[in-house]
Design a protein around this ligand. Sequence first.
Ligand SMILES: [Zn+2]
Length: 280
Amino acid sequence: MDLRKLILVNNDCYKAGKKIDVKGIMVHSTGANNPWLKRYVGPDDGFLGVNKNGNHWNTARPGGIQVCVHAFIGKLADGSIATYQTLPWNHRGWHGGGSSNNTHIGFEICEDGLADANYFNAVYKEAVELCAYLCKEFNLTEQNIICHSEGYKKGIASNHGDVMHWFPKHGKSMDTFRADVKRLLSNEEDEPMTLEEKQKFNMLVDTVEGIRKKVDELATNSNKMVYACVDGNMPEWARPTITKLCEKGYLRGDQEGKLNLTDDMIRIMVVLDRAGAFDK
Ligand SMILES: [Zn+2]
């Protein structure tokens, strides 16, 4: 989502300054073939482009009508899709033509000729992301999202067909819309790791790996060969020395006669033997 802000401060709705307790979101579409945000949002901020007709909604009564919404989704001058917040989210908007104005954030998706799948998919995705964002902001779920035509059926909005005259042309509905918002909300519960968290995680992996190696080492050491007597298990190079030490009575073993010699011990003994230490 490319969320930007240009509050329509000259609109009578903004000037009315009424606040609401946000209970839901109402999705609208403009009902006119004009996907450019500059048609509704102005003046130009360098991204919107100039509305040469001067008929954007940052005026007291756009087209002589008391109307204002909380956001528009459509095209920037460069053709990319963006969302413009045009009222504070908890401001009472003039979008539903009924009691929904007292409870719902209302935003407009700028319509094109309704046939372009690329444009539709882009603004649909943008709208899903906007709704997921607002659900988190205001503790709502996807169940709190309706379109204007659903609002009419509920008796809280005027008799308009948006957005169900458009979404089904591209295989979508308000049910798919709500499901997509829900999916986004549940995905975001498993927040991706930040760089810092990733580094900490990697350090932890290294630490655990280090501990594992130490444990392996200890296990190997504790399994180190201990020689009880001079036999085939003892390295051949050590046998003459150990035999000599036993014969001379320097090595006697424990009560059971077991020598209990480790590799380190026999190496030391062999070195001493080569140095002539036992040849007196
Ligand atoms: Zn509408």
